[in-house]
Ligand binder design. Structure first.
Ligand code: PIR
Ligand code: CA
Length: 332
């Protein structure tokens, strides 16, 4: 299709699409994962090549169905969605029903899938996407536990040198959320995180230190409501449920919207302040299990390929989300 053609009712800035970053999103939707998917779809600087799902916020079956519902809402049912791992490598399954509800995406009405699932396992979708595209072109964004990425590294190690970079929402330099020191995505599958952190690819960790600043405040909610489209109302209904759950469960006045921050890091690097740092994860049984260990002593060692987000421009972040929803408009 000609890049300038406007068959979808979207603005003509698709003309810039050849510069878009090719991204595969591995996720467990999840309220904030849903917003991450809509941001990626709606921003012209990203081309979503595929979506793989992983058990996390809810069971694999539920969150995979949620991914299909989000695709229907956002009007991107042509993007392959493949179900991945249904549990962690070693850890017993943990879900986050108290924050994301019984469905994993409680709040809005969830439409039926408009397209069948991709028949491949999510891990194979990741591998095929990376191997079939030019070397150095595909970015992996992970917004759930890292099980699929770890399995993909083991099944096809050549993806490691072939991806452009990996950006994850997960971990924390300081305080955790599932435990005092461990963030949910890492703590659900610490062994997978260990594999992903120690693979020889460029990796950026977007942790709670910055995502706990990406709050859906009253002003943010007003800007989202002003968009007025069905997808924007869907996001509003997501944030109503998610916000109440965050207030009841964790005492937040406004909920932190974690996962789209990882997508924003790909769209516009100036949203985050990054520091190169060696990353590790505690696999020990006991109170540190799943804790990310970020070495911020002095400059990172030569050859260090991992970075961690230490600051966020919150206004710039939310402007991206609002603009993406405006651009999505009201799909058919
Ligand atoms: C959010 C999550 C899990 C538990 C809570 N309490 C809140 C999910 C989000 O989808 C995000 O990816 C990450 N895990 C934040 O810890
Ligand atoms: Ca998530």
């Amino acid at each position: 299709m000609d890049a300038h053609e406007d068959t979808t009712g979207q603005p003509a800035d698709r003309a810039n699409e050849e510069a878009a970053r090719a991204v595969l999103i591995d996720c467990d939707p999840g309220h904030d994962d849903a917003i991450a998917l809509l941001l990626a779809h709606g921003d012209p600087r990203i081309e979503v090549l595929g979506i793989s799902t992983v058990a996390g916020n809810q069971t694999l079956e539920k969150i995979t169905r949620n991914a299909q519902s989000i695709a229907a809402v956002g009007g991107f049912s042509g993007v392959p969605i493949a179900a991945g791992a249904s549990r962690g490598l070693v850890a017993e399954p943990i879900v986050a029903g108290e924050i994301h509800g019984e469905s994993g995406l409680d709040g809005p009405h969830l439409p039926e899938a408009q397209a069948p699932l991709d028949p491949r396992h999510g891990v194979n979708l990741i591998i095929d996407t990376v191997m079939n595209r030019p070397a150095g072109s595909v970015t992996l964004v992970a917004t759930g536990p890292l099980t699929n990425l770890a399995l993909a590294v083991r099944l096809e190690p050549r993806i490691v040198e072939r991806v452009r970079e990996v950006v994850i929402m997960g971990g924390a330099i300081a305080t955790g959320n599932l435990t005092p020191v461990a963030e949910f995505n890492i703590a659900v599958d610490p062994e997978a995180a260990h594999i992903v952190f120690h693979a020889a690819w460029d990796l950026t960790m977007v942790g709670l230190d910055v995502t706990h600043q990406a709050l859906a405040t009253t002003e943010v909610r007003r800007q989202l409501a002003e968009v007025g489209t069905h997808p924007a109302k869907f996001v509003g209904a997501l944030l109503d449920f998610y916000g109440s759950a965050y207030t009841a469960e964790q005492g937040f006045e406004f909920p932190p919207v974690h996962d789209p921050v990882a997508v924003a890091a790909v769209i516009d690097p100036s949203v985050l302040t990054l520091r190169k740092a060696h990353l590790d994860v505690s696999l020990a049984e006991g109170p540190t299990r799943g804790m990310t260990v970020v070495d911020l002593r002095g400059p990172a060692p030569d050859g260090c390929r991992t970075s961690v987000a230490v600051g966020i421009d919150v206004e710039r972040f939310w402007a991206l989300v609002v603009a993406a929803l405006q651009r999505i408009g009201d799909p058919e």
